[in-house]
Write a protein that binds this ligand. Structure first.
Ligand SMILES: *[C@@H]1O[C@H](CO)[C@@H](O)[C@H](O)[C@H]1NC(C)=O
Ligand SMILES: *[C@@H]1O[C@H](CO)[C@@H](O)[C@H](O)[C@H]1NC(C)=O
Ligand SMILES: *[C@@H]1O[C@H](CO)[C@@H](O)[C@H](O)[C@H]1NC(C)=O
Ligand SMILES: *[C@@H]1O[C@H](CO)[C@@H](O)[C@H](O)[C@H]1NC(C)=O
Ligand SMILES: *[C@@H]1O[C@H](CO)[C@@H](O)[C@H](O)[C@H]1NC(C)=O
Ligand SMILES: *[C@@H]1O[C@H](CO)[C@@H](O)[C@H](O)[C@H]1NC(C)=O
Ligand SMILES: *[C@@H]1O[C@H](CO)[C@@H](O)[C@H](O)[C@H]1NC(C)=O
Ligand SMILES: *[C@@H]1O[C@H](CO)[C@@H](O)[C@H](O)[C@H]1NC(C)=O
Ligand SMILES: *[C@@H]1O[C@H](CO)[C@@H](O)[C@H](O)[C@H]1NC(C)=O
Length: 809
């Protein structure tokens, strides 16, 4: 208001003064205008602001872009190399159509350097945080002559990329600030590096590697997880024209940024709208083993283990003395050098981050077999791996291997084949056993590594904002009996939420105020406290957004209790089988719930290393969180209760009538396919809002499955859909659900699909589905005696029914 605008080159014609003033909420700058200190451009949706700022205690001033929402977080800096040391600088559009930053004496401090000459240029700050220079009359097109997104500083936002555009040869990478008070380029860079295969790397001083992800494996960066979450799936692209990393779309109301901190950490942050703080969603390097080459050449780094470094099989420390003092930088050397003699072969290492691509060759069209043969031909080839986990491709390492670490990512199956002389291979059998022991041990000691960290923390932070830090590892708290008793009001009847085959569940409130559900196990399979604890710790490692989270456990005397997070929205049966509440779950909700359960189950069956078969999947075991996301509960209990070692048959059948597959109910045989059967029943129950068990129909005595099958066969499948959701359902989706449901409940286990094809069929509109065969139990019941082989039944307040059958045969 007070100062008249400073006219620079443009003050040639008669201009109305008010035109030159930048009113506060303007997003566009035209040639006749300028921005001075104190003035800003604000993006149309008031998300980002561009102007001058002085970070922290700095006296220098910079032109930058920051979030309008507090806290003021700068995401881009124009003149990071040339700070403004005094006041009265301006930002203008020059005669050449470039954005220029001028100091008091009108010297150009910073300028855009666009490739295209514009006729009538304007600069605009977009809601994405992108500052663009474009033709005035061309506001819709993304045809910018310059954009700040092409010149990232230390932050990437949704819409930005980290990596390469091979057509223009342009690379986007991050350079840290020198310090929090100084945005000039610091020591660290975060880049998408390509050396035959791409990987993300943090380096200091341009060349010293500090951290790297594993190499690109055709699907993702190795040892870096990529799991669909509502928060946003990271995008990895690697093809002939583009190679980059970016954020996926985010849930509404969530803002994300990825920043390279001044001390060299790549950190992902999320902010919920309305919140005045950023939550860190992940950070790398995360632990000492992330430090590049921590264990030297040919060493393997293991978190929370002592010693932290081991030499690879067949190798020994170069200097035992240094190694003994925990100085691992010298690394390891082969006990017996390779010399292409007969009998040399390979040992397969799993759950490791592949070595850095130093002395490395990629053969894209070689199979793993050819890869092995080729590697043996070269006396210096030290290891090979599939370069593309989808099957093809051969990666070969020569000489020393560096930056290998143990990882612990469920389902991660890119293996490293390490070359060894014959004498070493003889002892492989025992080595394999040792490795297995090691990985179990590290799981128990609460190991948490990058990939898992990304996956788990990302979710956890979003799930429970405000968790105290330090709850990210899997050190499962052990509660004593008295604490749990107090929390549950001494297991009072009013606190009881339900009961089932595995025990009773009570609502409790811990002294911290956290609400929990306490499962007091009725009997356990004779496990001692240590065995039980080990089992529970394994279960605690199963972490997925569609599984109920374990908060802790309690072991005292004969008592065995599991403490879970409390789910405020009860269980699925509470809604779908209730006439009034049923309509509350409209079609989209139900479909999301189906997908969620399917993903959770897929994780249990395939992705988790434990390969858990649930054995008691039913609507009452699907809990709903505050946002009605489905969470499978009681997973892993089957492990605790398995009794003996034979996984295929069990003497004590735990399950629920109505959900049990024929082979399980009659022969006690269970497999992932019996879970699939239960899932199919669930699916049909969810679309029909009817229980399989106790289903009644005027025309026949079939179960819900039989009913669905009859309708399907008559081409009237849509009649199965619950009327209360008839207004909202999407026919194509509903039809797929029914068809998949029927595929899952087919009589013979081998006919039923696996969980991964179930997820695929449900999630893909275009998937072609096989035709289902007759379901199991497709026999008409005689009315009134439907429960003929039911022997013992426990019921409870929720009217959940779990049966325990006598020995299976
Ligand atoms: C900035 O410009 C205003 C008006 O043009 C002037 O009053 C003020 O002294 C200048 N400040 C400096 C530090 O030159
Ligand atoms: C403006 O920048 C030029 C070039 O960097 C410099 O020589 C000059 O001293 C600066 N003017 C002021 C007032 O700082
Ligand atoms: C502008 O870009 C050209 C090539 O694109 C380069 O030669 C020139 O040095 C750049 N100028 C500035 C000021 O960055
Ligand atoms: C926009 O204006 C430029 C010159 O200022 C002209 O060359 C171009 O054709 C115009 N484009 C559109 C879409 O009107
Ligand atoms: C980068 O190099 C400078 C000197 O060249 C040195 O002072 C600094 O410590 C180095 N930084 C790192 C992280 O290595
Ligand atoms: C590479 O991927 C990008 C992003 O998905 C896409 O836009 C581009 O067309 C792809 N290029 C090729 C050659 O497939
Ligand atoms: C560790 O060993 C290396 C040689 O391998 C040596 O240069 C370095 O000084 C040692 N570091 C420490 C802390 O002793
Ligand atoms: C290769 O190494 C093996 C084991 O060390 C040794 O027995 C053999 O003699 C060596 N062969 C040659 C050709 O050096
Ligand atoms: C790999 O592909 C190239 C050309 O695409 C071909 O010439 C070569 O024979 C192939 N190599 C193998 C091992 O298949």
């Amino acid at each position: 208001m007070a100062d008249p605008p400073i006219f620079s080159f443009f003050c040639t014609s008669i201009v109305v003064l008010s035109l030159l003033r930048l009113s506060s909420a303007v997003d566009t700058l035209s040639p006749v205008q300028s921005i001075r200190e104190g003035e800003t451009l604000v993006s149309p949706g008031r998300k980002f602001e561009l102007g001058f700022f002085s970070p922290g205690s700095s006296k220098n001033s910079f032109l930058g872009i920051w979030f309008v929402a507090s806290p003021k977080t700068v995401v881009w800096v124009a003149n990071r190399n040339s700070p403004l040391t005094d006041a009265n600088s301006t930002l203008e559009i020059s005669n050449e159509g470039e954005l220029v930053l001028l100091n008091r004496s009108n010297s150009i401090i910073w300028s855009t350097n666009s490739t295209k000459v514009l006729g009538n240029p304007v600069a605009q700050l977009l809601d994405s945080g992108n500052l663009v220079l474009r033709e005035r009359n061309n506001s819709d097109s993304a045809d910018y002559s310059w954009q700040s997104f092409d010149h990232p500083t230390d932050t990437i936002l949704v819409g930005m990329t980290l990596g390469w555009n091979f057509r223009t040869g342009l690379e986007h990478y991050l350079t840290s600030w020198r310090s929090t008070d100084n945005p000039s380029p610091g020591d660290y860079t975060f880049r998408y590096k390509i050396n035959s295969l791409p990987q993300l790397e943090i380096s200091s001083n341009g060349s010293v590697k500090v951290y790297r992800t594993g190499p690109w494996n055709g699907v993702e960066f190795g040892a870096l997880s990529k799991e669909p979450t509502n928060v946003g799936v990271p995008i990895f692209v690697y093809n002939r024209t583009d190679a980059y990393f970016a954020f996926g779309t985010l849930e509404d109301g969530i803002t994300a940024r990825l920043t390279l901190s001044p001390d060299g950490f790549s950190q992902g942050f999320l902010q919920k709208s309305g919140s005045a703080k950023w939550d860190m969603a992940y950070e790398v390097p995360y632990d000492p083993c992330d430090s590049y080459g921590y264990c030297g050449t040919n060493g393997v780094c293991r978190v929370n283990q002592s010693p932290r470094c081991l030499c690879l099989q067949g190798f020994m420390p170069k200097s035992q003395e240094e190694w003994d003092t925990h100085n691992y930088t010298g690394g390891c050397r082969r006990k017996i050098p390779l010399n292409c003699s007969r009998g040399e072969g390979f040992t397969k290492l799993s759950q490791v981050k592949l070595p850095d691509l130093v002395d490395f060759q990629l053969f894209k069209n070689m199979s793993l077999k050819e890869c092995k043969v080729e590697c043996l031909k070269s006396c210096t080839c030290a290891a090979y791996a599939n370069s593309d986990i989808r099957g093809a491709g051969c990666s070969m390492w020569f000489g020393n291997l560096i930056d290998i670490r143990e990882i612990n990512i469920a389902g991660y199956d890119q293996y490293l084949f390490l070359r060894l002389p014959a004498s070493e291979l003889d002892s492989i059998q025992s080595l394999f056993k040792k490795l297995v022991t090691i990985s179990v041990a590290s799981a128990i000691s609460g190991l948490l590594i990058v990939g898992t960290a990304l996956r788990i923390i990302w979710k956890r932070r979003m799930k429970s904002q405000g968790l105290p830090s330090g709850t990210n590892d899997i050190d499962l708290p052990l509660y004593d009996f008295a604490t749990v008793a107090v929390a549950t009001n001494h297991f009072s009847q009013t606190n009881k939420l339900g009961a089932g085959g595995f025990g009773s569940v009570y609502k409790g409130t811990l002294s911290t105020g956290q609400e929990v559900a306490v499962k007091r196990l009725s009997k356990y399979s004779g496990q001692g406290p240590d065995e039980f604890m080990n089992e529970v710790l394994l279960i605690a490692r199963l972490q997925h957004r569609n599984l109920v989270g374990l908060v802790g456990c309690c072991i005292e005397g004969e008592e065995r209790m599991l403490i879970y997070e409390y789910m405020p929205n009860k269980s699925l049966d509470y809604f779908i089988f209730d006439h009034d509440r049923s309509s509350f779950l409209a079609w989209k909700r139900r479909f999301d719930i189906v997908l969620g359960i399917a993903r959770g189950l897929l994780y249990l069956h395939r992705d988790s290393k434990l390969q858990v078969i649930h054995r008691d999947l039913k609507t009452s075991n699907i809990l709903l969180d505050a946002d009605l996301n489905p969470k499978i509960s009681d997973f892993g209990l089957a492990r605790i209760f398995r009794g003996d070692d034979t996984e295929e048959e069990t003497r004590r059948i735990v399950g629920t009538y109505g959900y049990m597959s024929p082979e399980y109910a009659f022969d006690g045989k269970f497999s992932v396919k019996s879970d699939i059967f239960s899932f199919g029943v669930l699916l049909l129950e969810i679309v029909s809002s009817k229980r399989n068990r106790g289903f009644q129909h005027a025309d026949h005595h079939h179960t819900l499955l039989g009913h669905a099958w009859l309708l399907w066969s008559e081409g009237k499948a849509m009649e199965l859909i619950d009327e209360s959701i008839s207004a909202s359902f999407v026919e194509s989706q509903a039809k797929r659900c029914i068809q998949v449901g029927l595929l899952c409940v087919q009589k013979f286990p081998e006919d039923r699909p696996t969980m991964s094809s179930v997820v695929f069929m449900l999630a893909n509109e275009g998937a072609t589905l096989p035709l289902p065969k007759e379901p199991g139990f497709f026999v008409e019941r005689s009315s009134g005696s439907s429960d003929a082989y039911l022997v013992k039944e426990e019921s409870n307040t929720h009217n959940l029914v779990t049966v325990t059958l006598p020995e299976g045969r």
